[in-house]
Design a binder for this molecule. Structure first.
Ligand SMILES: [Ca+2]
Ligand SMILES: [Ca+2]
Length: 590
């Protein structure tokens, strides 16, 4: 039988026990041997399967059995008096309201009334040895779709997308360091601005048998786009700040089972943290680096040996050369860290940072863009009293600019064409009560519309030519701006409007819903407040504009929403107010 089938079967069994959890709580393991309680390990001849190697009793609690569980004290308060729980038994829990991350514990003693279990953490290695069962986990993060994500962040950090595994957060005027600690005096601050978006996928294989943990293989696949700008008007001595700017908690899930009867669920909880790190001495400076990278970093443990692996692509970053470079030497980085928690306890982790390094002695200077990937495993949940492992598996740096060489100048242009130089239109589909559908499009309207509900769907398409940008330009940033507003039928505070690169030809005079072109799957999201007040809204289209400048045909950008009940209206290039027509603002160097 395949592992998957084993898991599936176990899962069914587990669900059954949860549902029947109304009966007295604990499922007692009526394993072959009965409990030779407290007995030593029967190391002899205990091949996995039907051999009576088990020396401890195992129990799985269901929802309602546990009133309270503390992972720090190990105290489990039960809702009933348990006569069948004894010192040395293993007690496990799936995801319940009292133990949202589950648990895997060994009972050190019971209260006399049988309602309180005092426990210690059971490692997976101990569990395999104690139960005589082989433990095998094979998981891939694609199994997690769709999974709820809880987001929290410090002030200045805005979530632009919360969906797993595509994370996106904006950094706006974020105070990295404040010399006197007083936020109202701002000339002693180091300010960070930028955006970080990334995908974080992972895979994990773990094996343990009666001889212990024999195999761990953990991989984190990351594709990351970060832009980090540092500015300060003061000089600072030594600074060393590592700030967690955002935290994404992804719902715990059952990753497998210890195949006892009943099976003990193994609960994993992915957590993604985003850090900004600043180390060094800083004088008055303003500089920024924008980089894309995709990387896979992994760590393996086999037969007692650790090894790492990596694969990465790191094109030369875009940057804004430093202004005011005085004597300083610092490294600023931003990046996500993925932690896999087992029963809420740290296990494997991986961290990928994009960084900018600046070194100056006052007379000469150099700016670098870099990528660093670190991976490691905290071992306590796998193997007790065994030290963990960590390694830097990628450390790559590219010289971007230095003094003495001609500095690229940054040009910023705004392209805001009239109706004859731009294609902009919206497409519409109406679904009537009798089931008939009509498709339409309007390329001469003064308002571009977006709508998403069961009766009316509308999407906006805008194509502004970028032929005025030189073909060798390094696009530092490109923003598509539209003037207008969004509202929702459901009184939600915000509406997410996605921008997507259009992939094939269309024409504003003939387009309709059923002839609309296809779009790229990637998008840049903008959270627009639910408001009837018109304003400028900007979508980041840097990567689209860079590819158009590099020679790809420019078919424009589509704007749409998937928020049900939401609608938007923006001025088109046909709008009489020439100052509030769609525009592209592009900063580039050569
Ligand atoms: Ca201050
Ligand atoms: Ca038009």
């Amino acid at each position: 039988m395949s592992l998957e089938n084993i898991f599936r079967k176990s899962e069914k069994y587990f669900k059954k026990t949860l549902i029947s959890g109304a009966l007295p709580l604990v499922m007692l393991l009526s394993s072959c041997n009965g409990g030779s309680s407290g007995g030593g390990n029967s190391g002899s001849n205990s091949s996995a399967g039907n051999s009576p190697s088990q020396t401890v009793q195992t129990h799985v609690v269901s929802e309602g059995d546990v009133v309270n569980y503390s992972s720090s004290t190990g105290i489990i308060n039960l809702s009933y008096s348990a006569s069948n729980l004894n010192q040395g038994d293993i007690i496990g829990s799936g995801i319940t309201s009292a133990a949202p991350s589950g648990f895997l514990r060994k009972i050190s003693s019971m209260s006399s009334d049988g309602r309180t279990a005092y426990t210690i953490q059971e490692s997976l290695e101990d569990a395999a040895r104690d139960t005589g069962k082989d433990i095998r986990i094979i998981i891939n993060s694609t199994l997690l779709y769709p999974s709820a994500v809880n987001f929290s962040a410090v002030k200045g950090i805005t979530p632009l997308n919360l969906g797993f595994p595509n994370f996106n957060a904006g950094v706006a005027n974020f105070v990295l360091f404040d010399l006197d600690g007083n936020p109202s005096t701002i000339n002693d601050q180091i300010i960070a601005d930028g955006v970080i978006s990334f995908d974080s996928g992972f895979s994990l294989v773990l094996g343990a048998d009666k001889n212990g943990i024999y195999d761990i293989s953990f991989k984190n696949l990351i594709s990351e786009n970060s832009s980090l700008s540092i500015s300060t008007s003061s000089s600072f001595g030594s600074v060393n700040e590592k700030i967690k700017i955002a935290n994404y908690n992804i719902q715990p899930f059952v990753a497998g089972y210890i195949p006892t009867v009943p099976p003990i669920p193994i609960i994993i909880e992915p957590q993604v943290e985003v850090f900004i790190n600043l180390v060094g001495s800083i004088s008055k400076i303003q500089t920024s680096v924008n980089q894309n990278a995709s990387l896979t970093i992994g760590v393996d443990y086999n037969n007692g040996q650790w090894s790492t692996n990596n694969l990465f692509s790191f094109p030369k970053p875009n940057f804004i050369p430093p202004t005011l470079p005085q004597a300083s030497s610092f490294k600023a980085s931003i990046g996500p860290k993925l932690n896999l928690l087992f029963y809420g306890i740290a296990g494997p982790y991986a961290e990928a940072d994009g960084h900018l390094d600046f070194n100056s002695n006052g007379s000469s200077w150099a700016l670098y863009g870099g990528l660093e990937g670190k991976v490691g495993v905290d071992m306590q949940i796998f193997k007790k009293n065994f030290s963990g492992y960590s390694a830097t598996v990628i450390n790559n740096s590219v010289l971007l600019a230095q003094s003495g060489t001609s500095q690229p100048t940054v040009n910023t242009v705004t392209i805001q064409p009239g109706p004859n130089e731009v294609d902009d239109a919206y497409v519409r589909q109406d679904i009537y009560a009798d089931g008939t559908i009509s498709n339409s499009g309007d390329g001469s309207a003064t308002f571009l519309e977006i709508n998403q509900d069961s009766a009316v769907k509308e999407e906006t398409l805008v194509k502004i030519l970028v032929s005025s940008i030189p073909t060798n330009a390094n696009i530092i940033s490109a923003k598509l701006s539209l003037y207008g507003y969004c509202t929702s039928n459901y009184n939600v505070p915000t509406i997410t409007v996605k921008s997507k690169k259009i992939l094939n030809l269309w024409n504003e005079s003939s387009i309709s819903w059923n002839t609309k072109p296809s779009y790229d799957i990637n998008n840049s999201n903008l959270v627009v407040p639910d408001s009837g007040v018109p304003n400028w809204h900007e979508w980041d289209v840097t990567s689209s504009v860079q590819s158009w400048v590099n020679g790809e045909t420019n078919y424009g950008t589509a704007l749409l929403t998937t928020d049900n009940g939401a609608g938007c209206g923006f001025n088109s290039s046909d709008h009489p107010d020439t100052t509030k027509r769609p525009k592209l603002t592009i900063s580039y160097s050569q």
